[in-house]
Design a protein around this ligand. Structure first.
Ligand SMILES: [Zn+2]
Length: 82
């Protein structure tokens, strides 16, 4: 499923982080990584570093900034089970 950037919450951001779906493109990524390698390496270095530094604090903002930099209007997120 996809959601608008303004529907992104902390809970959704963390669910995305531990999923295998890249939020920017919907392709596969590794669990615990924010993005697939293709999108990750399109980010300027400060934003890449930000994604790791902010996992416990302000991750939502770091992910939003990354999405805007990548020009992604909608996020691919795993569907809620059940
Ligand atoms: Zn991707």
């Amino acid at each position: 499923m996809t959601i608008c950037l303004d529907q992104l919450t902390d809970a959704v951001a963390l669910r995305s982080l531990v999923s295998k779906i890249c939020p920017a493109c919907g392709r596969r990524k590794r669990e615990g990584q924010s993005l697939c390698p293709q999108d990750y390496f399109r980010l300027p270095r400060p934003l890449r570093v930000n994604l790791w530094q902010k996992i416990t604090d302000g991750y939502l903002e770091a992910l939003l900034e990354a999405m805007k930099t990548l020009g992604t209007g909608r996020l691919h997120v795993p569907a809620i089970k059940g």
